[in-house]
Design a protein around this ligand. Structure first.
Ligand code: SAM
Length: 375
């Protein structure tokens, strides 16, 4: 890397580094950001600051690795239009539900209708005949019956996608897992266990009803809150596919994104229950950085090739001078090659201190924000 670029490294940007008390979890997960858990999202306040600093007001923003849609939601809140791309179907579903405009009365009517049916449903205590092997392994019989009943409601309403997200969130909470391993449980937990989170003996969940009811109401409240604060004319477009080759439908005033890191998070597997229950299509083989590929030299080279291809595709859509803001924890030093192969030039590099006090993955680390422009 050129010395001038190296000189850009270093200083921690305090305006982008928040302590837990300055930016508590409820702020990081405000309104639709918490419609469904998603491991590996960035905080909306970071997107807000990047848009504010780098992207012309009222412009159009692209996120080629849009994940749970943090960039899109914040863009709508901050008065931008936005396009988000993701390879994982569940993420595309989640983004659609978070960003589409709603007639709130019609949405309320659908959700109340589903709530009433979930509340009065009397589940059998054996597995329903249509329970798949996954459902039989990961849910108790009552929970399975309640979830499959709720699934039968989905197609009966106009807001089917909203109910799908509620169903997925309830399924996640109702799995037979320990309370401290909701992210990537390996085996169903069938017996009671010592819970590190609650410091007492806990039991695996038997019923999904309370989650279905709670999340139906919570979803309505979160979407309504967001409807009050989003810019009335903002437009979000969701593209489901491989960002290396999709037509990204330019032109953009800026990019804000956080690419997957090699070998860290499997973005399909973390929502396995959703794929199983909703029957969504999967594209695991083209998910970049998948842990299953490992971190051998060949795997890292494949990662570099793939991410560079995405940014080359992105580059074609940029308006003159449009900034590409990339949030990375580039401990392997792969991004100088990625940027140069994509035809991008580093203009600025900010270091951010991240200190999480909640969750099993709590801890502190540094991440960078690379700000690049087309050569
Ligand atoms: C770090 S996450 C982005 C999280 C996002 N910033 C958020 O706040 O939710 C990276 C995303 O890249 C997606 N991804 C991986 N390979 C992709 C590809 N070839 N094309 C498009 N998206 C891809 C993954 O599915 C994952 O959702």
């Amino acid at each position: 890397m050129a010395a001038t670029q190296e000189a850009l490294y270093g200083e921690i940007d305090l305006a982008l580094s928040w302590s837990e008390s300055e930016l508590p979890e409820r702020e990081r997960t405000k309104h639709v950001h918490r419609l469904h858990p998603y491991l590996g999202k960035f905080v909306p306040q970071l997107v807000e600051a990047m848009l504010d600093r780098y992207v012309a007001a009222g412009g159009r923003v692209l996120d080629p690795f849009a994940g749970s849609g943090t960039t899109l939601v914040q863009a709508l809140e901050s008065g931008y239009d936005a396009t988000g791309v993701d390879i994982a179907s569940f993420n595309a579903l989640l983004m659609r539900v978070k960003t589409r405009p709603y007639n709130l009365d019609a949405l309320r009517a659908d959700l109340v209708w589903a709530y009433d049916r979930a509340e009065t449903f009397e589940p059998q205590t054996t597995y329903p005949a249509d329970a798949s092997p996954y459902v039989r392994a990961w849910f108790a019989p009552t929970a399975a019956a309640e979830l499959l009943h709720f699934r039968s409601l989905v197609e009966q309403v106009a807001h089917a996608d909203v109910l799908r997200v509620v169903l997925a969130r309830a399924a996640r909470s109702a799995r037979r897992t320990t309370h401290f391993d909701l992210e990537f449980p390996r085996e169903p937990q069938r017996e009671e266990y010592w819970c590190f989170k609650h410091r007492r003996t806990c039991r695996p969940v038997e019923s999904a009803r309370r989650f279905l009811l709670r999340y139906t109401l919570d979803t309505l409240e979160r979407i309504s809150t967001f409807a009050d604060i989003r810019a009335s004319d903002g437009v979000a477009e969701i593209l489901h596919g491989d960002a290396r080759e999709l037509d990204l439908r330019g032109s953009y005033d800026g990019v804000v994104t956080s690419p997957p890191y090699p070998g860290l998070i499997d973005y399909h597997e973390q929502h396995r229950y959703a794929y199983e229950l909703l029957g969504l299509d999967e594209h695991r083989e083209v998910e970049l950085g998948r842990p299953a590929k490992g971190t051998s030299r060949a795997a890292l080279q494949e990662y570099v090739d793939g991410i560079a291809d995405v940014f080359r595709n992105v580059r074609e859509t940029l308006k003159l001078g449009a900034p590409v803001c990339i949030v990375v924890n580039d401990k392997r030093g792969l991004y100088p090659e990625i940027l140069s192969r994509a035809g991008l030039r580093l203009e600025d590099r900010l270091e951010r201190h991240v200190n999480r006090r909640t969750g099993r993955r709590a801890g502190e680390y540094f991440e960078s924000i690379l700000v690049a422009v087309a050569n």
